[in-house]
Design a protein around this ligand. Structure first.
Ligand code: ADP
Length: 548
């Protein structure tokens, strides 16, 4: 017998219908590329989104068409998230920091018909304009009068504001199957080509419902929320969707993400909740320290994308009164998989024990399941000690990649192999020890690069640290520690600092001080590049040492 309840499809358009009706005058604030801050609200934004949807429908855009965006986190990008998906087309967010070859690959793989491009990326789009044959129209995210210098764009070029101004609004959002694809985001492709992760309305809506909960990101209508995690990667961690669901004031920071700019907007807009990778917070901390500033309004801060070092959790709490929510996820997981929130029983822990718990990547949100296996696929115990290959499954975890029929990372029971190595404790708290390709294999045993670098990053004279496995005659690989100094420091000081914090055989064989570390388009340390640079360092140290 079937239940007698509404079968209404879970569609992304329902989020803006809700916010414009029940949170109409709640503000949306965004910073444009010249640094100015502009303000609107949910009601006005919904009107613009309906006009955009109507314009796209008139242009002949249909269910399943892929429309790309190359844009910062700003109002027009938010409108595109909803306007494109709302009519059943697919909003393909493209990361402008990818290599040119990768951009060309993903635009062609996705067969984008239209690209919506921020003016800051005109140069970029001109350079690849000849190599993206499926793209018929480029819509620049600007007013008609700003369409001055078109460079060498071969496609038809329109101004976004003319679309919005010249069209009637859509009367009613169309209804369709909730399993319809809604948006598309490619993985960064550190090895091989990027892979297309295709989200559906259903997966996005369930992820949104789950992510706002108190035991996940804990966002409500009383918050002022600002995703720093960009809208061009992994849905800005779902925050643009949650914003409309709960009706929180939304702040979109645009392109300026240096310490001073982030501080100014946090302070001016009274942001209570934000989210970003650790590198963003390093820049903010540096600015706060230098200017002796406090964070008056910020209450919670989600950190993910890379492991959050303990010192960051401590500093946020002790110096600024901000609770860090450490989370783990991937493009393939929409992206939230696990979130670190303490349980009731943890209230009696000492502060130090609480920090030690907070460095774990957290427990699965409702809907997500995780497990670890050895290389033969046998399940490993959840005892907080055993570590192995991490698998994940759930309604917002990908079941395949766009245009790829064979996947060696999906099994027949819907488990997805993440490429991460982790342990899981009795309460389900997961600790990522490494990515499989970064783990250091020394004399048949595994050394966690993440753990060493996070401890090293906690030294006050260290600004950033990376640990890589480097070829070694006797042990196969040994750890090499690369450090960006915050102030003058000697190797011995660092080694002393590490001594009682890690096993003896985990101690790096050497330390190299570097000016900076290379980062990927999503803010992670580019270890592939470091490994290549230092591959023979322990075999032939003099050639490759930068400085000592
Ligand atoms: P890519 O950069 O390849 O596109 P994603 O942005 O999807 O990948 O990043 C996913 C990966 O980022 C995870 O598989 C994991 O290795 C890493 N990651 C994400 N969050 C954390 C975290 N909190 N701690 C450690 N690693 C993390």
């Amino acid at each position: 017998m079937l239940g007698l309840m509404s079968n209404k499809n879970l569609l992304i358009s329902s989020l803006i219908e809700h916010s414009s009706e029940y949170h109409a005058d709640t503000e949306i604030v965004h910073r444009v590329s010249n640094g100015n801050i502009e303000k609107t609200n949910y009601k006005e934004t919904n009107i613009r989104i309906r006009r955009l949807a109507s314009a796209l429908t008139r242009m002949g855009i249909k269910l399943g068409d892929r429309l790309g965006t190359i844009a910062w986190s700003n109002l027009r990008h938010l409108e595109l998230y909803y306007g494109i998906s709302g009519i059943g087309a697919i909003c393909h967010t493209i990361n402008p920091r990818l290599f040119k070859e990768q951009l060309i690959f993903i635009i062609n793989d996705a067969q984008n018909k239209i690209l919506f491009v921020d003016l800051d990326f005109i140069e970029l789009i001109s350079e690849i304009s000849n190599e993206i044959p499926t793209v018929e129209t480029i819509i620049l995210l600007c007013a008609e009068k700003e369409l001055t210098k078109l460079h060498k764009i071969k496609q038809k070029v329109l101004a976004y504001e003319s679309l919005i101004e010249n069209n009637q609004t859509l009367d009613k959002w169309p209804d369709f199957d909730e399993r319809t694809a809604s948006s598309l985001c490619y993985t960064s492709g550190t090895t091989g080509n990027p892979k297309g992760v295709l989200y559906s309305h259903r997966s996005t809506m369930i992820h949104t419902l789950a992510a706002a909960n108190p035991d996940a990101l804990d966002i409500s209508s009383t918050d002022v929320i600002m995703p720093i995690a960009p809208m061009f990667h992994a849905n800005a961690w779902g925050i643009p969707y949650i914003a409309n669901m709960v009706g929180a004031k939304l702040v979109l920071p645009g392109r300026h993400l240096d310490g001073e700019s982030v501080y100014n907007i946090l302070d001016k807009e009274e942001v209570t909740f934000t989210a970003a990778v650790p590198t963003i917070w390093l820049m903010l901390f540096e600015y706060l320290d230098k200017k002796n500033k406090k964070l008056k309004f910020l209450k919670r801060c989600v950190i993910g994308g890379s492991a959050c070092p303990k010192f960051m959790i401590e500093d946020f709490h002790k110096k600024y009164g901000v609770e860090v929510i450490h989370a783990w996820g991937m493009t393939e997981t929409s992206p939230l998989g696990t979130v670190n929130k303490p349980l009731r029983k943890h209230s009696s822990l000492s502060q130090e024990q609480k920090y030690n718990l907070a460095i774990k990547q957290g427990r699965p949100m409702y809907g997500v399941k995780i497990k670890i296996t050895n290389d033969d696929g046998e399940a490993l115990p959840h005892d907080g000690k055993a570590f192995g290959n991490l698998w994940v499954k759930g309604p917002w975890i990908c079941s395949g990649y766009l245009n790829m029929t064979n996947s060696d990372v999906h099994d027949e029971n819907e488990w997805f192999l993440t490429g991460d190595v982790a342990s899981i404790d009795q309460d389900g708290y997961m600790l990522i020890t490494d990515r499989v390709k970064d783990v250091i294999k020394s004399g048949g045993e595994w050394i966690s690069s993440i753990q060493i670098e996070n401890i090293a990053a906690g030294h006050k004279k260290v600004s950033e640290a990376a640990v890589i496995g480097v070829k070694h005659k006797k042990w196969d690989e040994r750890p090499l520690l690369l450090i960006v100094k915050a102030e003058n420091v000697k190797k011995d000081e660092i080694l002393d600092f590490l001594k009682d914090k890690i096993a003896k055989w985990w101690m790096p064989d050497d330390i190299i001080f570097v000016e900076e570390l290379p980062h990927t388009a999503t803010g992670k340390i580019r270890k592939v590049e470091l490994k290549k640079t230092y591959q023979n360092y322990f075999v032939n140290p003099h050639k490759e040492s930068d400085e000592n």
